[in-house]
Design a protein around this ligand. Sequence first.
Ligand SMILES: Cc1cc2nc3c(=O)[nH]c(=O)nc-3n(C[C@H](O)[C@H](O)[C@H](O)COP(=O)(O)OP(=O)(O)OC[C@H]3O[C@@H](n4cnc5c(N)ncnc54)[C@H](O)[C@@H]3O)c2cc1C
Ligand SMILES: *[C@@H]1O[C@H](CO)[C@@H](O)[C@H](O)[C@H]1NC(C)=O
Ligand SMILES: *[C@@H]1O[C@H](CO)[C@@H](O)[C@H](O)[C@H]1NC(C)=O
Ligand SMILES: *[C@@H]1O[C@H](CO)[C@@H](O)[C@H](O)[C@H]1NC(C)=O
Ligand SMILES: *[C@@H]1O[C@H](CO)[C@@H](O)[C@H](O)[C@H]1NC(C)=O
Ligand SMILES: *[C@@H]1O[C@H](CO)[C@@H](O)[C@H](O)[C@H]1NC(C)=O
Length: 583
Amino acid sequence: MASLLLPVHGLVLLLVIMTCLLGVPGMPPQPPAGCNQTGCTVSNAYGVWGDRKECWVSSVVYPTTEEEILSAVANANKNKQKVKVVSGYAHTIPKLVCPASPPENSVLISTAKYNSSIQVDKDKLIVTADSGVGLRELINRVEEAGLSLVAAPYWEGASLGGVISTGSHGSSWWGKGGAVHDHVVGLSLVVPAGASEGYAKVIRINGQDPLFNVARVSLGLLGVISKVSLSLEPGFKRSITYLFKSDGSLEEEFMDHAKKHEFGDITWYPSQNQTVYRNDDRVPLNSSGDGTNDFLGFQSTLILVSSAVRSAEKSLESAKNVRGKCTLAASGLAYKKVIANGLKNNLIFTGYPVVGRQGKMQTSGSCLYSPVTSTASSCAWDPRFKGLRFYETTAIFPASRFGDFIKDVKKLRAIKPENFCGVDNYNGLLIRFIKASGAYIGQSEDSVVVDFNYYRADEPSTPRLNQDVWEEVEQMAFFKYGAKPHWAKNRNLAFSGVQNKYPNFSKFLQAKKQLDPGSMFSSEWSDEILLGKAAAKGDGCALEGQCICLEDRHCKPDKQYFCKPGLVYKEARVCRYVPSSIA
Ligand SMILES: Cc1cc2nc3c(=O)[nH]c(=O)nc-3n(C[C@H](O)[C@H](O)[C@H](O)COP(=O)(O)OP(=O)(O)OC[C@H]3O[C@@H](n4cnc5c(N)ncnc54)[C@H](O)[C@@H]3O)c2cc1C
Ligand SMILES: *[C@@H]1O[C@H](CO)[C@@H](O)[C@H](O)[C@H]1NC(C)=O
Ligand SMILES: *[C@@H]1O[C@H](CO)[C@@H](O)[C@H](O)[C@H]1NC(C)=O
Ligand SMILES: *[C@@H]1O[C@H](CO)[C@@H](O)[C@H](O)[C@H]1NC(C)=O
Ligand SMILES: *[C@@H]1O[C@H](CO)[C@@H](O)[C@H](O)[C@H]1NC(C)=O
Ligand SMILES: *[C@@H]1O[C@H](CO)[C@@H](O)[C@H](O)[C@H]1NC(C)=O
């Protein structure tokens, strides 16, 4: 089987290289909401929710001004409808944007067309924009004014309102830190109101307001954010060098790295014994260099390539071919090294350091744009094509506990390093840094964020290769080390007990009650997550991370996946393939 697949990998690699050299323009993603005579559905950018169920709403409205948002909220309130806000991107993976049922009684407010105003105040170093504005437009306008926005997620396919609402971040322990909401200096919120106030009102919240720490990260649960003001700094450039080295002393070095480099991060490929340190520092605007960070994973991929990679992955999965996954992981890493993972000094990568404007180095997403009509390529996960399907686990650790987590993962790896190849096929473990924040459901201490992606099957009932290993790492992170789930990513189990992880969580809930007394903006997802209303555990629920298994039936006993304890973290309960077991 392995020998059969090797030529496929070679081909895929060649096609990937060609895609990069040709710079193929892509098909932009499809809009999140679509309607017909019977109603509308809304989906995330991957086209599939955690529970694989569709989200229905009776209508979607597209306000273009704050006044129109106000009247949309007032109408919904008057008619006792359930409401959610979604941006034109919907890049949040869990079901945050789906209003409470029944769908006949719900309305979705889209900010896709609420994106006309971006005002840069050069003296006060502040930008104020409509919440539907996309990050790229925002950043370009800020840079045109000679200024820079210091923090942004690595992915630019998101709206200003969406980014702050989920606590999205880049990487930094310096200054105000890597999370965008810590650069917010004010915002406006449209909330429900009584009949005497016309059923809705706008409240303006600045840094001194008691609601400031409630509203900066609020998961769309309080109302509709209309305007956001962010602090800026004089324009600057960044200088990036990727340093590839063995992972032997990762647990001793990660903190120093964050302290030494303003925008540093680390990618860990456990199956390859490799780490990649991103030495990433601010340099003056007059430094020479006009580089771009066009992150490989966010470039347009030929649909031919993404579907070939997917089918190769599916064959490896069904053949339980761990070695094949390792071959792919090794060649993938070698390729990333050659092309510096998408860094470009100019049109291509010619050598380190790569120096460029902050606006071109912090965030990317070239697969989002379609300069000419082309159906040949897209973002690799575009649901219209049979490309990549994966889960995303993102755990936010108190910095002090992260070293022990690394040691535990190394212990688990020592049992069989090949079991980690599946995750290294994606981006390994991306390690980033967020500074302590006053936001009630932001991070109250300096933290380390770890992201990892891994294969998701087409069918909910299909167990995955080495899924026990990833479940153990996941449970270790969230339950042994008390990591918090990134609000915009993760599978359901990661949110269990999240209410107890934020010291000011009850204050957040209190404020929600005050601002949205009728729970218009609540939904099944938010009730389950925020109030800890546990869903029933169905057969196979652990396969998709909808639950932690307690019994074999939560896994897939007829395919010999049984509920077993973890190998290093014994308290974990994972679905493990045990071919000789008697059910
Ligand atoms: C490929 C990819 C890469 C990513 N990279 C990163 C990364 O590097 N770092 C990181 O931290 N995150 C990352 N993310 C997550 C992403 O930043 C978040 O999901 C972000 O919230 C997406 O913004 P959006 O505009 O698509 O919001 P949506 O998905 O539309 O909404 C997100 C939430 O915000 C609420 N909301 C949106 N607009 C408003 C508004 N105007 N008023 C009130 N509530 C509102 C919604 O109700 C919902 O609860 C990534 C996601 C993807 C798919
Ligand atoms: C509307 O869309 C839904 C889901 O996409 C589909 O099931 C339904 O048949 C469609 N109805 C009409 C009238 O097209
Ligand atoms: C607003 O969104 C539209 C449609 O996506 C886009 O064409 C336009 O450039 C955006 N405007 C701003 C200011 O971001
Ligand atoms: C990683 O290190 C281990 C232990 O030293 C070794 O057995 C293994 O072959 C190494 N793996 C790779 C891909 O170099
Ligand atoms: C950049 O400008 C500073 C003064 O603002 C100057 O001291 C320095 O030499 C300049 N550097 C380059 C590379 O031009
Ligand atoms: C909780 O909120 C209070 C203000 O209400 C603040 O003093 C305190 O620092 C917050 N705690 C944390 C851990 O954020």
